[in-house]
Design a protein. Structure first.
Length: 323
């Protein structure tokens, strides 16, 4: 089947979402693999159908591909295998020099925590080189040629080594001067009197604030406020006193400790310790490990000596000093 190219080349995200759903035979499994909501997968598939001008799923009813969908899914799977082979070859050549580390991490973590400390590692290991990629969702280590991933919310399936190293809590914060011009905040719903800052880089396919309120028993629509396309912009906005934001306290510990930010909710004895997992918030149980940034790598592949040094350095420094 030939799809009309004049309607535009489909986005890689849409192609990946459809291929993953077709391979699993359902949208929920694809959402878990890609660490997004099932709604996001559905949106990407509809976007792909609009771009191609062809129905890929039979509707209504259970998940079932059309004839066009079956053809496209088969070709996409073959195409992604070709990409995987190409990246494996590059990864193998890069692995000949084991001092080059490919690390995948979220942009906010990289900017707020990793980069301010990285000189400490490179000074002690002058032969080390890094290739940093910014991604906070799922990662295909082999296809993307990644040695180590650092994640807060992505939970990989079996076959991965997971090393927690930086404890963190999701807290609602604002600049102290913001509260000087508005009503007091004693309950979480009082925050609705102020602009809520949305981080599209972290939750592009969902309303993080709505999910945060829902995890605490409040069904509230929070579509208003300020929406920023990156975590760095969202963090700067809250520091400037423009609204209230949900942040990882490990990434803003310095401003919090110095009093530049006030923690409104998240540290109180009755505040649930919420963890972001697979596109949503949930309160952790009393027997569970507290939320943390984690180092992830394939369990079957022994990290290079330089990667092992970097892992040890991350664990040693993962104590949340001021950022």
């Amino acid at each position: 089947m030939i799809f009309p190219m004049h309607k535009g080349i489909p986005s890689l995200a849409a192609l990946r979402a459809f291929e993953c759903a077709a391979r699993h035979g359902n949208i929920a499994a694809a959402a878990r693999e890609l660490n997004v909501t099932h709604v996001a997968i559905g949106k990407q598939i509809r976007l792909l159908e609009e771009t191609l001008g062809a129905a890929l799923l039979q509707r209504p009813g259970r998940f079932k591909l059309t004839h066009a969908g079956e053809e496209l899914a088969q070709e996409l799977t073959e195409g992604f295998h070709i990409l995987a082979r190409a990246t494996r070859r590059l990864h193998a050549r890069r692995a000949e020099n084991g001092n080059i580390l490919s690390v995948s991490a979220g942009a906010a973590f990289t900017a707020r925590w990793l980069l301010p400390r990285l000189n400490g590692f490179t000074e002690a290991n002058p032969d080390a080189s890094f290739r940093l990629s910014f991604n906070g969702g799922g990662v295909d280590f082999e296809r993307e040629g990644v040695d180590l991933a650092i994640r807060r919310g992505w939970i990989p399936g079996p076959g991965y080594a997971i090393i927690p190293f930086l404890p963190t809590r999701t807290v609602a914060v604002c600049a102290p001067r913001l509260l000087q011009t508005g009503p007091p905040i004693t309950r979480i719903t009082d925050m609705l009197a102020y602009p809520l800052i949305h981080d599209a880089d972290f939750s592009a396919e969902c309303n993080e604030w709505k999910l945060w309120f829902a995890a605490q028993g409040e069904e509230i629509e929070t579509n208003g406020g300020l929406v920023f396309g990156s975590s760095a912009q969202a963090y700067q906005s809250v520091l400037e006193g423009q609204g209230i934001a949900l942040v990882s306290d490990a990434l803003l510990k310095g401003p919090i400790d110095r009093g530049n930010l006030t923690v409104l909710f998240g540290y109180g004895p009755r505040d649930p310790n919420l963890v972001w997992e697979n596109g949503g918030y949930r309160a952790i149980g009393p027997e569970e490990e507290p939320p943390a940034y984690r180092i992830i790598h394939p369990a079957g592949a022994r990290p290079s000596p330089m990667a092992q040094k970097f892992i040890a350095w991350l664990v040693k420094n993962g104590c949340g000093e001021g950022a």
